[in-house]
Design a protein around this ligand. Sequence first.
Ligand code: PHE
Length: 341
Amino acid sequence: MSSLLSQIDDIKDSFVQDKVKAQRAGDFVALKNQYLGRKGKISTLFKKISDVPAQDRKGFGERINSLKQFISKEIEVLNNLDSKSKKKYSDNIDFSLPGSPFTKGRLHPLTIVTNEIKEIFNRIGFSTVKGPEIDTDFYNFEALNIPKDHPARDMQDTFYINSELLLRTHTSSTQIHHMEKNKPPLRIISPGRVYRNEDISVKSYCLFHQIEGLYVDKNVSFADLKSTLDYFAKMMFGQDVRVRFRPSFFPFTEPSAEMDIYWGLKTESDYKVTKGTGWLEILGCGMVDPNVFESVKFDSSKWRGYAFGMGIERIAMIKYGISDIRKFYDGNVKFLEQFKI
Ligand code: PHE
């Protein structure tokens, strides 16, 4: 008897599951046959009533009946809903109505600016290459003339993974990867993410993006470098852009310089972003140090080169007048929606 009773419960459970499947398939006829048909689960159970001791038959019958009622009701509801929705669909649809608008995704401002910079350099013969974000100490520092324990390492506060592996602090590591695999003359740019364990502020973040440039050929001069970067600034910010070069130091270039773009100095945030100077630095650059050529076995008496590394966030800040670098990383849709290609 108790096993027959548990069959009633089992049928109820399986009905609940089959109902969901039938709803998904949109077919209730098979469901109805399976449970309420002549050879369905309910009839089969009714047939077993003769196995039940006489005194329990009434109770058993009542339980099957209530299960039958439950299932019938459920199927009726399903059928009603189904016919209603069919009716509604066919009666009320107006095919002449315009479609409902949906929001389209947009490119992130940093992607827009990266694409623009790439295009500016591609136009004058630079091809685009990629380098790894996790790299070895050799590619990020040593091959770039920054030996272990050299004070110049302080310039870039590094996230080390272990004593050999690190998150690259600049895209200059790509210069080495590229020169190892290719012979001069070379003309490449390499965009990508870089990481520094720096204090976060309106113009610095622990991760940011750079574009590295490298040009190696015979007779390359500092004048070539300056005029290329001048061309870039005019293409990026317009003919009236104000640019200045300042002497600087990088272990992998000699001489070295930094390039600033005039931002303005009217509001309080202009003071903050430009440290009261009105100028914002966007890149470091210089003539490739002969030691770097030696580390990739290029003949430094024969080849000359220039390199530069620009900060994409800084360029986007100037282009769009954004005075806080953190805005690029907030994921705030209201901010991001403003950028159209
Ligand atoms: N790698 C330098 C930085 O991140 C920039 C740079 C690149 C300077 C190439 C000179 C030449 O600060």
